[in-house]
Design a binder for this molecule. Structure first.
Ligand SMILES: Nc1ncnc2c1ncn2[C@@H]1O[C@H](COP(=O)(O)OP(=O)(O)OP(=O)(O)O)[C@@H](O)[C@H]1O
Length: 257
């Protein structure tokens, strides 16, 4: 693995039929960061990640490890070492945990070769299994995993692909308290070797695990800094208290770190 790589976004703009969802955003994520991207509903968080991964047409500049990504295909962007998860885990439910990881790791190998039981498990798969803590469930069908564990498997599928930048969309949505904690610890481990950006609405989770935070509002970058800095920013307090969209979001402004 060639180590974590940074992301540098400049003047990013995404418009849908005249509506500007991302409106001139600058965002810099240094290699090895664990960055949380927060903001009220409709702020443009998912659209920003869609632009980075090539799913929507965007203007401006997105550089990853120094290379311009805008204009590249989804496939080429993913090959450059960027992977994402969505709110709903996309694992092969019928296949085992191990087979899911094996398939993700097996670009270039035939499907049947991968599905046949081999004598030894490839090293990156063993490491990913250990990192995501699913070693005991390696032979269980992914469909039988609890919701939280499916998310971890999906993260493992990015790890075996040697993704250097992980973009995770609300990874702890629907998780229990213990699963959230385990997920936070997993992200801390991962981000020692890779760069991680998390879109999140869960403010307790953000406060516990973010190394840095960016706040989007109405397509623009509202505030950036440490958790303490962002929480103390009157602009952030105003947006969250003004909208008060949900209790968890509103309390970003009123709780001390
Ligand atoms: N394909 C699309 N066509 C038209 N408008 C879109 C499209 N995708 C997103 N939007 C609009 O762009 C704005 C930003 O949406 P986006 O999903 O990026 O926000 P978000 O910050 O991720 O919100 P949430 O936290 O609710 O997921 C919203 O007003 C949304 O309705």
């Amino acid at each position: 693995m060639s180590g974590p790589a940074g992301l540098e976004i400049r003047r990013l703009r995404v418009a849908f039929d005249g509506f500007t969802a991302v409106d001139g955003v600058d965002l810099e994520v240094r290699p090895g960061d664990l960055r949380f991207l927060i903001g009220p509903n409709g702020a443009g968080k998912t659209t920003l990640v869609d632009a980075v991964t090539g799913l929507v047409k965007a203007h401006g500049s997105v550089r990853f490890d120094g290379t311009e990504l805008l204009g590249r295909s989804v496939h080429r962007i993913s090959r450059s070492g960027i992977g994402r998860t969505f709110q709903t885990a996309t694992v092969f439910e019928e296949l085992t945990v191990l087979q899911n990881l094996d398939i993700a790791a097996g670009a270039g190998r035939g499907a049947w070769t991968m599905l046949r039981r081999r004598r030894s498990t490839p090293e990156p798969v063993v490491r990913a299994l250990e990192t995501i803590g699913l070693g005991d469930l390696a032979d269980s069908p992914a469909g039988t995993l609890a919701h939280g564990r499916k998310q971890w498997l999906e993260i493992g599928m990015l790890l075996v692909q040697d993704v250097r930048l992980l973009l995770l969309d609300e990874p702890v949505a629907g998780m229990s308290h213990d699963e959230r904690l385990a997920t936070g610890e997993l992200l801390e481990r991962i981000s020692t070797e890779r760069t991680v950006v998390v879109i999140e609405h869960d403010m307790d989770f953000m406060r516990s695990f973010a190394r840095s935070v960016s706040v989007l509002h109405a397509g623009r970058m509202l505030s950036e800094g440490t958790v303490a800095e962002v929480q103390a920013d009157p602009k952030v307090q105003e947006v969250y208290l003004g909208h008060a969209p949900r209790e968890a979001a509103a309390d970003v402004a009123v709780q001390e770190v």
